[in-house]
Write a protein that binds this ligand. Structure first.
Ligand code: AMP
Length: 286
């Protein structure tokens, strides 16, 4: 069924559209995105449809979460293609503000997240990142007032940070983490995969292979530090420059030394040429 979603770009029409959705539907679910949509995003939309009668997708490439050295200017943008794809998924509303709507002249308030935002993972390499994410997500939550919001486990630390933020600020939204969609060869879908050269694209699935292999070894009782060191070496041998490859507690993100300290989540961030890739995997308990 093709139902063209309403597209709104400014706050007053957004509020009107949300009020209208509220008249018809008991629950609204929000899927925040930066556009350049792929099947990972679409799986979040499908989850949202299960969770609520009305689905809102936001598309906003958030300048506040990019450092000046990062890829804000070159980040892929194709609103027309995104809208066409979302039309096939029964999305009710697309919220696509520009920078001036989201951060009007004089904007001077920001959220400063702690806890999982200071775990020493993404935050150690992108110190500006979670402040930018939480500020924009808090705004999105206030603008759309959703009952549910879908986030990908692909960005595992971000999922924890946003969940904590909503709880800490008493924002009445249920944050749901959705599984990571992957290419057939295991590479996690990401808008940034388009940056990979053909040779890099062939190398990229090694990240997931190493995560899977490391998870199996830890589950089999091998020493966590040894497994992580081997994994790091394998990723580096493949040509990546590793920011981190770590075993952390799946809930608190605290470092873990042994399988018994778990549940464990393995998290990796590594650069292949100019492209920075992240991925993660839970270790299933027996
Ligand atoms: P982004 O547009 O990259 O900011 O991502 C928007 C949302 O989609 C975030 O909650 C991501 O975690 C989620 N997401 C990104 N890639 C995937 C994937 N491969 N599978 C599932 N969700 C994803």
């Amino acid at each position: 069924m093709v139902q063209k979603p309403q597209i709104v770009r400014t706050l007053a029409p957004l509020r009107k559209a949300i009020a209208k959705l509220r008249e018809k539907h008991e629950r609204i679910a929000l899927v925040p995105t930066m556009g350049a949509l792929h099947d990972g995003h679409f799986s979040l939309v499908r989850q949202a449809r299960k969770a609520a009668g009305a689905v809102v997708v936001s598309i906003f490439v958030n300048p506040a979460q990019f450092a000046p050295t990062e890829d804000f200017a070159s980040y892929p943008r194709d609103l027309h293609r995104d809208v066409t794809a979302l039309s096939k998924l029964g999305v009710d509303l697309i919220w696509a503000p520009n920078d001036a709507v989201m951060y009007p002249e004089g904007f001077s308030t920001a959220i400063s997240p702690g806890g999982p935002a200071k775990a020493g993972l993404e935050d150690a390499f992108r110190p500006h990142f979670f402040g930018g994410v939480t500020t924009v997500v808090a705004k999105l939550f206030l603008q759309v007032a959703p009952d549910a919001a879908m986030f990908g486990q692909k960005d595992y630390q971000q999922l924890k940070v946003v969940t904590r933020m909503a709880r800490d600020l008493d924002i009445p939204v249920t944050v749901t983490g959705c599984p990571t969609l992957r290419e057939k060869d295991g590479l996690a879908l990401s808008s940034r995969n388009v940056y990979l050269s053909p040779a890099e694209r062939r190398t990229a699935p090694i990240l997931y292979r190493v995560l899977k292999n490391s998870a199996a070894r830890i589950k089999a009782g091998e020493d966590v530090a040894t497994v992580m060191a081997d994994g790091r070496a394998a990723v580096e041998d493949a040509g990546f420059s590793v920011d981190y490859l770590e075993a952390r507690h799946a809930d608190t993100l605290a470092p873990v030394k042994a399988a018994g300290d778990g549940p464990i989540r393995l998290l990796v961030a590594a650069r292949l040429g100019k492209t920075r890739l992240i991925d993660n995997l839970g270790i299933q308990r027996t």
